[in-house]
Ligand binder design. Structure first.
Ligand code: NIG
Ligand code: FE
Length: 404
């Protein structure tokens, strides 16, 4: 097996066991073997045995190395766009007004159903590439704009295929319970029956890594959400939830009872919701892009989450309606400016905690045995990744130990 060593670098390991902020190691070395980190630490401490086996040395030119970024909540496979709805909202309509008038998610469902697999792949690939250009090496993609078996299948197949042969891993989440499709208007319980029929089929086809739902007054109730969770648990699939985005429905408490790996959005999360998440070990996925784009004013309860030790992840929520965003670095900045996270919390939010929000324990930090997914950045300090607006200091991405 070949051993490659990166030297002349600083490494932000994001490992809680490394005492410095960001787990920062100055004048570091990073050794990789077989797609995994073999050793990371101060260059002066590089074991002679590792050095001897090295077959390739990389001079990082003083770059900062961080774990590959993880975008743990996206809806990036969709047809059409919603620029027109943006215009309507600028004339005074709210997100919920637009949804109730048959626009919103429903209009993306129409466009997604009309698109062929090739068309969907072509427009979604551009979004994926924009994320990758900023150092994303793992991305979660949800279905939820098909809302019928063949279209949910098409979405998930496109999502899976997008990652193939690329320096990124795609994780797929079934979000059949995202909205009520037009053919089920007024029959939301019947649609949940349909979701419960779709799930085992798509799972059997190897298209589902996790199950999500939109628990909200304009979407599904906690009772309906619970039926979806029951079905997911019966298949051994982890659950996550769009919870308390526009109102407090108690979705987080419900999700916690099902051991949810994450609850996402959370602007209206109550104290009881925070406590339930802390107990269940669920990650709070914060989505500053949606908060910004919908001009929300109610902040997620950041200090309570922090006090209760709920891990906070940050994601783009890339979708056509509430967050048409393909920049995870911009989300770092917004997490700090809008939600008052520290730059260190923000970076942990797109690495260590984002991995956990996907139930992945082999990435998100740099330590021996972890996947060798990492990014070289042209920055002097990790805080600069959150500080800059509109910059892209990525120099190189290494995916599973190989330069991308
Ligand atoms: O995460 N909240 C529900 N779903 C998406 C928005 C979907 C849309 O408007 O198309 C979200 O914000
Ligand atoms: Fe979302």
């Amino acid at each position: 097996m070949t051993v490659q060593i990166w030297r002349h670098c600083r490494v932000a390991t994001l490992q809680p066991a490394d005492p410095a902020p960001y787990g920062l190691i100055e004048d570091a070395a990073l050794a990789v073997e077989d797609g995994k980190v073999l050793w990371v630490g101060p260059l002066a401490a590089l074991p002679a045995e590792v050095k001897k086996r090295s077959t390739r040395e990389h001079d990082a030119g003083g770059a900062l190395i961080t774990p590959g970024l993880i975008d743990c909540h996206t809806h990036l496979v969709y047809g059409g766009d919603r620029a027109h709805e943006f215009e309507l909202r600028l004339q005074g309509a709210s997100y919920e007004d637009v949804a109730r008038a048959g626009g919103g998610i429903a209009s993306t469902v129409k466009a997604t159903r009309l698109a062929s697999e090739q068309e969907l792949a072509a427009q979604s690939m551009k979004r994926l590439q924009a994320l990758m250009a900023e150092g994303v090496t793992t991305v979660e993609i949800k279905s939820g704009y098909g809302l019928a078996l063949e279209h949910e299948r098409k979405t998930l197949r496109v999502a899976r295929a997008l990652g193939q042969g690329q320096a990124v891993e795609v994780r797929t989440t079934f979000l059949g319970a995202h909205a009520i499709p037009p053919e089920f208007t007024g029959r939301s319980d019947d649609y949940i029956d349909e979701v419960l029929r779709m799930l085992p089929t798509l799972h059997a086809e190897g298209l589902v890594d996790a199950v999500d739902a939109f628990c909200e007054r304009i979407a599904f109730s906690t009772v309906q959400t619970e039926r979806v969770f029951e079905a997911a648990c019966a298949l051994g699939l982890p659950v996550k939830l769009h919870a308390e985005q526009l109102s407090d429905s108690g979705g987080a408490q419900l999700a916690a009872r099902y051991g949810a790996i994450s609850c996402d959005h959370l602007e209206w999360l109550s104290d009881a919701g925070v406590a339930a998440m802390a107990q269940a070990g669920s990650v709070a996925v914060l989505l500053p892009g949606a908060f910004y784009f919908l001009r929300e004013t109610k902040l997620p309860p950041i200090s309570q989450l922090r006090e209760e030790g709920v891990p906070m992840a940050i994601s783009t929520d890339c979708n056509p309606g509430s967050s048409p965003c393909t920049s995870l670095l911009l989300m770092l900045n917004m997490a700090c400016t809008l939600f008052r996270l520290t730059p260190e919390e923000a970076l942990a939010g797109v690495t260590r905690h984002a991995a956990r929000a996907l139930g992945l324990h082999d990435r998100g930090t740099l330590a021996a045995g972890q996947r060798a997914d990492f990014v070289l950045w042209d920055v002097a300090h990790p805080a600069q990744l959150s500080y800059a607006i509109g910059a892209n200091p990525r120099l190189q991405t290494v995916f599973k130990g190989e330069l991308a």
